[in-house]
Write a protein that binds this ligand. Structure first.
Ligand code: 13P
Ligand code: SF4
Length: 302
């Protein structure tokens, strides 16, 4: 049987390829990655790399973002069907209709969205820079629509004591968490700190000791003196948390915290796409340029 890890290493060298992986990937994929990160960091790496090929181990919008930022690179996704349910909750038709009715409103669009939706947006955001970017537009006195994640929008509105338009989308995995689950876990692990991704509902975020992106959670846990943590995000993050903090304990807030699409990628898939240079992600140039502007504005404001 082929040793996929060794074969992937050989192919990467031969083809000047890099592997980017999100923290929600299976642990064997995280282990072969050249760069592991949250959506923000991975998009920065994609925009700066001099590799010829980027193999993006994540979901489709992430690989598409890499292609938008690095049009001259070949961007490959190991599993073409790996999507994001939140990204599918908004499309260019409904966003265009909103824009027609609200021509003065700036569109802030979460990176968990398609290229077509990004192309209609003024600026993209990720969970690691959303507040900073929202603050920028609010300070300029502009009306905003935050799409498609309702939960992150409500969290920002609460923190800043303002109201703005938001889309009615969510991540079904994070949206399934409740404050009751937090209370139950806190009861079992009284000294544990609660760390949560901002895609969770406000009632959950209000019980958290820390709210942040996947990279933010990893950084917070590393710097914290606490010895145990209740983790309110996708279970793939536990691999990195345990690796970085062998003396700390981690309890997943709910057993169901697994993103089906993130877990589709296997070592065999990575090997095959790299070998055959298959599953190339493409974006029509007219759309790409507009989506690039929204991402570039985000990178400049971050
Ligand atoms: P991060 O930007 O925190 O990596 O989150 C991406 C994501 O899909 C969360 O569900
Ligand atoms: Fe999308 Fe949720 Fe999966 Fe993140 S965890 S990729 S938001 S479905």
């Amino acid at each position: 049987m082929l040793n996929y890890v060794e074969e992937i290493k050989k192919l990467k060298k031969e083809k000047n390829a890099i592997i980017l992986a999100h923290y929600y990937q299976n642990k064997e994929i995280q282990e072969i990655a050249d760069y592991l990160g949250d959506s923000y960091k991975l998009s920065v790496i994609a925009s700066e790399t001099d590799a010829d090929i980027i193999v993006f181990c994540g979901v489709h919008f992430m690989a598409e973002t890499a292609k938008i930022l690095s049009p001259d690179k070949k961007v490959l996704i190991p599993v073409m069907e790996a999507g994001c349910s939140m990204a599918n909750m908004i499309n260019e038709v409904s966003l265009s209709q909103y824009k027609e009715k609200n021509p003065d409103t700036k569109i802030l669009c979460y990176v968990n969205s398609t290229a077509n939706v990004k192309a209609l947006s003024d600026c993209c955001v990720t969970s690691s820079n959303a507040l900073k970017i929202i603050d920028h537009y609010l300070a300029a006195g502009q009306k905003i629509l935050y799409c498609p994640d309702r939960n992150l929008a409500k969290y920002a509105m609460k923190l800043r004591n303002v109201k703005f338009d938001c889309w009615d989308g969510d991540c079904c995995i994070h949206d399934s968490l409740t404050s009751h689950m937090v209370a139950k876990m806190k009861n079992k692990h009284q000294d544990a700190l609660v760390v949560v991704h901002p895609e969770a509902r406000l009632e959950v975020l209000e019980c958290a000791d820390y709210v942040g992106s996947t990279a933010g959670i990893i950084d917070f846990v590393k710097k914290s003196d606490a010895k145990s943590f209740i983790v309110g995000t996708e279970e793939g993050i536990l691999h990195k948390l345990r690796k970085d903090n062998p003396n700390k304990e981690f309890y997943l807030l709910d057993e169901g915290l697994s993103c089906y699409d993130m877990k589709l990628t296997t070592l065999k898939d990575v090997y095959e796409v790299l070998k055959n240079e298959s599953n190339e992600v493409t974006v029509e140039e007219n759309i790409r340029k507009k989506a690039f502007d929204a991402l570039d504005t985000m990178l400049k404001l971050s």
